[in-house]
Design a protein around this ligand. Sequence first.
Ligand code: CA
Length: 230
Amino acid sequence: MVKQTTILVVEDDMAIREMMAFSLQQEGYSPVKAASAHAALEWLNQGRPDLVIIDWGLPDMTGIELIEVIRRDQLIKAVPIIMLTARGEEADKVKGLETGADDYLTKPASVAELLARIKAHLRRSKGFDDSEILAFEALTLDSQAHQVKVLNNPINLSLTEFKLLKLFLMNPNKLLAREQILNHVWGRNVYIDDRTVDVHILRLRKALKPHNCEKMIQTVRGAGYKLVAP
Ligand code: CA
């Protein structure tokens, strides 16, 4: 199954929001619509978008403030953000980019231009992701080579356990709730039981056990899991 590319559209103007979501869907993306910053943050608690489009003027927060919140969140801070605004002034553009937007479009933006920018940012962020080597304590994970090592010893993992370990390595010492893990490893639109996570955690621990690293995947009772130093 190919994971859908999820794009979060935060825009309070219903006509523009619906138009963008429709265009994104036509293009094969999976759009998620939010009419306010709070609706966006609520979804971001569980979901992980591949890209976010944020309108400058939102009813409950400015787009700038929302970007600041996103950039502080370990799980999603690297997501590409395109800022949309009705204002054309240079000063606002600079402020948006300084706050952490990757790009900026003035409304009314043409759909063709928006799609072209989205494509460019996705290419960049995915390219970055794939060349990434993650490391924590004795563990290293090379995404491009699809290889995991404990010190210098390669270990064999299935694709799911590989993705699971990658998520942990991206968030060391941070509690990951089962639901978060489900959404990140299996994708948001897939219906899978919470227990599936436990099964794959067991398998991951089993693979780490010969290297005495299984205790690095810690169970936080009633909450989820955490990658910790052994
Ligand atoms: Ca607005």
